[in-house]
Design a binder for this molecule. Structure first.
Ligand SMILES: Nc1ncnc2c1ncn2[C@@H]1O[C@H](COP(=O)(O)OP(=O)(O)O)[C@@H](O)[C@H]1O
Ligand SMILES: [Mg+2]
Length: 335
């Protein structure tokens, strides 16, 4: 089981050395991903999903808060001693092209982590070959035809399968799939999502989907937990079906629907959905972070901070003073 408590992360603004503004990428995020379980983090570009995924995989530090893996608090360990824990959390990121070394065959790519494990556990070369075949067959690739090939000789979907196979060489406890299908041809996406689902069932590996796309988030399965993230904060959380069939936070409703989110004081209906990054909200940290975009805001929303929790007879956790199940028009797939 992997948990996070009150994880925060602030970055210095990128690019401009004269600009000392900070980006609050995560503002106190809690999560629980049970052994063999599934979760989806969903939210617009820039809301902090990748940062959170990288922290969970041990690739990025956080400022405050605690990550606990199988009962061990990572802060209680020296960085070196955290490695065996984080090694079992494997990140699959969106670009299988850059994830694979173009000068190495698939065989060489898989052999690197396998050789390390063989050395650590005193196993033979024969074991490495067997294991390479095994992980390729787990991801639905034929070892005979791919082992000798280079990444550029494979399709995007096959490359992503190789990346997943490489992650499996370390017997991971969790796969973190960060927009893992966004750069893959639409016709091949479902196959990769089905593969992740299948690996979860067959190997008991937990899967964390990070995505801006509702259709993908939904694919984690009925028992998955959905975390809706807005500006570094979880605004709604609960079983995926509960949230998709009855979202209560206006931000979730805007994500799930084709109805535009209203912006500022403009006339209802006139504005398209405003991407988070297009709004300069960096100095607007009072009250509910969503208030300025929210068509249902009241005075309270502008001065008090809503905390994620249950209440008002609603089955999912929400951080909203005026939660209400609203009918939303589902976006057509592929948009
Ligand atoms: N290394 C970094 N340096 C500075 N700012 C960063 C860095 N990584 C992410 N950010 C900023 O943190 C915020 C969250 O980014 P990210 O986690 O990549 O969001 P998402 O994956 O949801 O699109 C964004 O405003 C982004 O510009
Ligand atoms: Mg991202």
């Amino acid at each position: 089981m992997i948990t996070g408590q009150a994880i925060t992360k602030t970055f210095k603004q990128r690019g401009n050395v004269l600009d000392s503004r900070e980006v609050r990428a995560l503002r106190g995020v809690d999560f629980v991903i049970p052994k063999g379980g599934a979760a989806s983090f969903i939210g617009e570009s820039g809301c902090g999903k990748t940062t959170l995924g990288r922290i969970i995989a041990g690739l990025e530090s956080h400022d405050t808060g605690e990550i606990t893996i199988d009962g061990t608090a990572m802060s209680s360990l020296r960085p070196r001693d955290r490695q065996p824990y984080f090694r079992r959390i494997q990140l699959i990121h969106q670009d299988p092209y850059s994830a694979l070394n173009p000068t190495r065959t698939i065989h060489q790519t898989l052999n690197a982590p396998l050789a390390l494990r063989a050395k650590q556990t005193g196993r033979s070369r024969g074991w490495m070959d067997e294991r390479a075949q095994e992980v390729l067959s787990l991801v639905g690739l034929d070892a005979g035809s791919v082992l000798g090939r280079y990444p550029h000789q494979l399709s995007g979907g096959m490359r992503q399968r190789v990346v997943i196979a490489r992650a499996l060489t370390v017997d991971p406890e969790m796969l973190v799939a960060d927009e893992a299908v966004s750069m893959i041809d639409v016709s091949l996406r479902l196959g990769i999502l089905a593969l992740l689902k299948d690996l979860r069932e067959r190997l008991g590996v937990s899967v964390l989907f990070i995505t801006h796309d509702v259709a993908t988030a939904r694919y984690i399965g009925d028992d998955g937990e959905l975390y809706v993230i807005y500006r570094g904060q979880v605004v709604e959380r609960g079983p995926v079906d509960t949230i998709i069939s009855g979202p209560v936070h206006p931000y979730t409703q805007s994500l799930l629907s084709a109805i535009p989110v209203l912006h500022g004081l403009e006339e209802p209906g006139a504005q398209p959905v405003v991407p988070t990054e297009a709004l300069d909200e960096s100095h607007h940290d009072e009250g509910c972070l969503f208030a300025r975009r929210c068509p249902f805001r009241t005075g309270k929303c502008e001065s008090e901070v809503p905390v994620l929790g249950l209440g008002e007879g609603i089955p999912q956790e929400h951080a909203c003073f005026h939660p209400e199940r609203r009918a939303v028009v589902a976006q057509p797939a592929g948009r």
